[in-house]
Design a protein around this ligand. Sequence first.
Ligand code: AP5
Ligand code: MG
Length: 215
Amino acid sequence: MRVVLLGPPGVGKGTQGRRLALEHGWALISTGEMLREAVAQKTPLGTEAQRLMDAGQLVGDHVMIALVEDRSGRPDAAAGFVMDGYPRTVPQAIALEGILKQRGQTLDAAVSLAAPEDELVRRMSARRECPICKRAYNLVSWPPKDGRHCDDHPGVELIRRADDAPETVLRRLEVYARETAPLLEFYRGQCRLREVPGLGTVDEVYRSMTGALGL
Ligand code: AP5
Ligand code: MG
């Protein structure tokens, strides 16, 4: 199955996408993680992306489209993929259709996760990530066993994402409303949209999502 996950920052796309991909043997294509990796490696893409990400702005469509074309064509994505964080603009969605069409493929569904803004802000302010496996924890709702280190990487201290600073969070929410929310209409018009509540426990959201996908 080929699925894209839509939704505002902090709604749980990474959390749910990771589990969906793992349980079904599909590739997880997280553009945010790919960009953060490029930043950590100090590649030319990383240097350019860091400036935009730290300001809560989107990286340019051409760069993102090329990145996703390459990643989604790799062998591990042949059996299916879950995209987390792509598409983020209507041109990115149109480009994805073209990329899949060239390969004789189509997108099965676009899942939209939603939650109120005050909950998103709360989730992002308490988010901490493992720098090795990138798993997102939450100091309030989903803490690591010892409160500080990754459960799967003992001794590795969790870190806060640079773009989770309060002023950047607000900018990211604005950019989502302006640039990405129109994608809901785009996919509704194609009868591919599956709207799923992002409130509730991680397990409850996962069950709603898999139910909406008919899994
Ligand atoms: P990206 O990494 O995609 O960030 P985002 O969309 O802002 O989303 P987040 O990762 O912040 O949230 P999430 O929905 O994954 O939530 P999570 O599961 O972590 O993008 C970052 C930046 O990269 C962008 O701003 C942009 O600059 C650039 N970029 C990326 N893709 C791009 C593209 N295609 N085009 C252009 N630029 C691009 O959960 C959040 C927290 O809540 C965690 O602590 C988690 O433990 C907790 N949580 C999750 N579910 C629940 C629950 N049900 N109940 C309670 N807590 C929960
Ligand atoms: Mg994420």
